[in-house]
Design a binder for this molecule. Sequence first.
Ligand code: Z5A
Length: 217
Amino acid sequence: MSAIQKLAGKFIVIEGLEGAGKSTAIQYIQDWLALQGVIEQNIELTREPGGTTLAEKMREIVKMDVADEQLDDKAELLIMYAARVQLVEHKIKPALAADKVVIGDRHNWSSLAYQGGGRGIDLQLINDIKQVALGDFKADFTLFLDIEPELGLSRARGRGELDRIERLAIDFFNRSRAVFQQLTEQEKNAVCIDASQGFDQVKESIHRQLDIWLASL
Ligand code: Z5A
């Protein structure tokens, strides 16, 4: 079977803390797909929360600062899943059914890491909500870009003002990171990339891990 045939209908996800370099890594994945012969029209890019008209509205709500009302942690969690259902049902599944390769900038692990690890919501409750919202749908391959929160936030800060979630204490991000690391250890089709390396080394690591995954298909 050719690489193009193996990759058709596959969902690749990039996860990691802010400033880990997810947007940059997505470009590296696109470069790698091009090397495998996958044409641009057969690649769909998504981001979470967001990626559809309604899901982008929900993204605005989770990022919004409201002076007289705090977004409740459980409301935040439910909005993440509402946005995810919209994205999966209206964009990701149709693209996969059309044999496209979908690259996701964040997916389900971000809820376990941020709302679970960071906010302290029970991981089993989050898994139950996931099951109701998405059933067994999941990524085919996950690349977790691991970085010290301090370094990631300093990179994110370089881009301008931090948003509502980015302004949380370092402890929050350390707890989120620990969940990401745990999930990577547990999941067969996931790898950890040291995102503190320079651009070229990160690119090389991502391409190497994608080669190994492709060979396993
Ligand atoms: N969230 C949640 O709580 N629960 C959920 O279920 C989901 C999300 C899905 C989404 O924000 C927020 O929602 C996020 C989690 C929460 N919260 N926060 N905070 P977003 O989409 O706006 O932000 P992000 O996903 O964290 O992305 P980001 O901040 O844009 O980071 P990034 O994409 O990983 O980084 P980047 O833009 O590729 O790189 C950042 C900078 O570092 C940039 O200037 C690069 O040139 C530089 N960079 C990248 N790689 C390197 C290397 N290797 N060396 C040096 N510099 C580098």
